[in-house]
Every structure is written in C-alpha cells, then in structure tokens.
Design a protein around this ligand. Sequence first.
Ligand code: PLP
Length: 387
Amino acid sequence: MTLDDAALKNFGFIERPTKNMINIDPLQTGGILTEDARRALVEWGDGYSICDNCGGVLDLIKKPPVQEFIHDALPEFLGVDHARVTHGARESKFAVMHAIAQEGDTVILDGLAHYSSVVAAQRARLEVRKVPHSERPDYFIDPEGYGTAIEETISETGKAPALALLTYPDGNYGNLADAKKIASVCHEYDVPLLLNCAYSVGRMPVNAKELGVDFIAGSGHKSMASCGPIGVLGVNDDNGDYSDIIFRKSPTNKNKEIELLGCTARSGTLMTMIASFPEVVKRTRNWDNEVADARWFSEKLEALGLIQLGQKPHNHDLMFFEAPNLYEISTRVKKGRYFLYKELKSRNIHGIKAGLTKFFKLSTFEVGRENLSYIVDSFDEIIKKYE
Ligand SMILES: Cc1ncc(COP(=O)(O)O)c(C=O)c1O
C-alpha cells in the first residue's frame, strides 16, 4: 500500500453508525460512558496526560486522585485487600495465573469459561481442566464438580491445581453459579479461586470477601462505563500471601511491579473509569430493578414464542434465547438469516449479531422499561409481519 493522499482519506475521524441506537449488545450495554466519562475522555485523552504529577508509580499518583481510587475506593468496592487497574479482565486473569502458577500446573475452569480465560492459561503455559456443566436448558455448574476436577488433577499429575476459576456470570447464558460454595470446595483442597467478574463488577454488587474468593477480575469497558481497554484486579490475602506474589517488584526497577509491567491503564482509559465511578457504585444499588427488568423482558419474549435458556427465573441482564419461530422465517424469506438484524436495525435497535436468528444473546442492562417495551413490540411486529 502506498500511503498517498487518496489512501489517507480512509482514515481520520470516523463517525460511529450505531451510536444513537437502542443498544442490547451484551458486550456493550455496561460499557456505555457516563456524561462525566465522555468529558474525561477528551480532557485526559492526550497520551501520558495522567503523568503530569507522577512520582514514578502510576497507582500512587495523588493528583488526580489515582492513589485514593486504586488503594481505597476500589478495594472497598470489590471487597478485597488490594486492587490494581489492568488493561482488561483477561489481563487480570493472566497476571494471577502467571504469578501464582508454575509452568505445566493445572488451572480448573468452569465449563462455561470465556475463551480469554483459556488463552490466559495457555499464555501462562498452564494445563486447563474444565468442570462440566449440565445440558440444556439450565447449563448448571455443580460446585461439587470443582472437587471432582481437583481430585482428578491430583490423581493424574500428583499435584493439586494451582488455581480454580469461575465465570460469574458466564458470558453465554448469564448464569450466576454458587460462587461461595465453589470457593469453599476449592479451599478444602487449598486451591485458590479467581472469580471472573467481567459481566458483574460494575453492574451488580460483588464482594470478594463475602463470597470467600481470593482473586477478582473485572472489565471496565464491559461493565464499568469506561473507555477500554481497562480492567480491575482484586486480591485477598485471607488464605495466603497472594498480594506479595502478584504485586512483587522488580529487583532492578524497585518501584515497578513486574506482573503489571510497571504501569497499566493510564490517562484516558483510567480517567473515564474514575469519572464514571460514582455512578457505577450507585447503579449497583439498583441491581434488583435490573433483574426485575430482565425477568419481565424474558417473560414477554417467551409469550411471543421464544425460549430463554439458562437460569430461570433469571438473575442477570445477559440472557440467551432460542427462537424457533424467527429461525423458521429465516428459512423462507429473501434476506434469509439476515432478516432479523435488518428488521431490528430499521427500528433503531442494535445488538443482536447479524445473521443470527435461531440462538442469540442480548442484554437488558440500563435499557429501561420504555425501550424494552418498544423492543418487545418490535419483535411482535416482526413475527406477525412474516406469519
Ligand atoms: C465472560 C467474559 N469474561 C471476560 C471477557 C474479557 O474481558 P476483557 O475484554 O476485559 O478482557 C469477556 C469479554 O467478552 C467475557 O464475556
């Protein structure tokens, strides 16, 4: 490619076509910026702007109040002894795995774990063993399955797993497994538990100490109204000196934490998280209403012939639907499997992946009853249109 003026015309400011649409994309609903975060993004968008008053340790910056945020507010919010910001939930998971496990060790994952947990383990050169889930319609993770997986690992390798992980909730069905029970099963074998809270921290109350988990990973761009990439990592020292291991410092660059490569999320990403934090804390207090909205929406779609899979009644805004009637329509209309995406788009609704009709997931988080009603009516109209 020659970078002549014609080629350069493809770049520069690009408007986002979906920005004013009603958004039900599970990846996106919890990451929509607050007004303060939108302002912070512009204010702190210059590279390294966060470093105006940095004395060499990012998380100890006093102006703006990064230290207060990372060392006081975040630990309180997550229910942990120590917290840091990272570049995302996956980086938090990788940091824990890489720090506490040795090459070739096993990590136990729930059978619904996100791919990023698997690749984090692979990057840390670990073996993965999964706890199976039940089949349709529940996709339930039995806490005792962790005990079985740990025992199998010990009998096959002669060594206990270095770590167990639970996706809370999982990213497909939005199921919230019994984290407290799973933590206690893992601790019977002295195996620490990491909770992947990409879809929970910032949406619903999650307290690592109350659940008895050792590590918590969250995602700013998924659930904390932040401009990514940014995540959070929380560490509890109730069952071991984990923070000393994970946050160990470089012997040569004495104030730089090795696992975090010295500095993690900075400037625009961190300042949007800080800007949204007051609203994020407050919105977790409204979680019961979000669950009520999700249940209401699920009932309405089921009345139209769709089937919600996973936990029922549901406990999270992320939901997975099977839609035999929409699939049947897709087999006989001109636009084929893209008809649903196009019909929803023409009604200003974004978030169900183009081409999906038989199975899809969506999120009702902060969409609000009025918009949810409009979405239900839209599904009704679309189904009737092709009857
Ligand atoms: C369940 C789950 N965990 C983790 C992640 C990754 O989060 P991040 O982008 O912050 O690494 C995702 C992203 O889709 C997810 O769905």
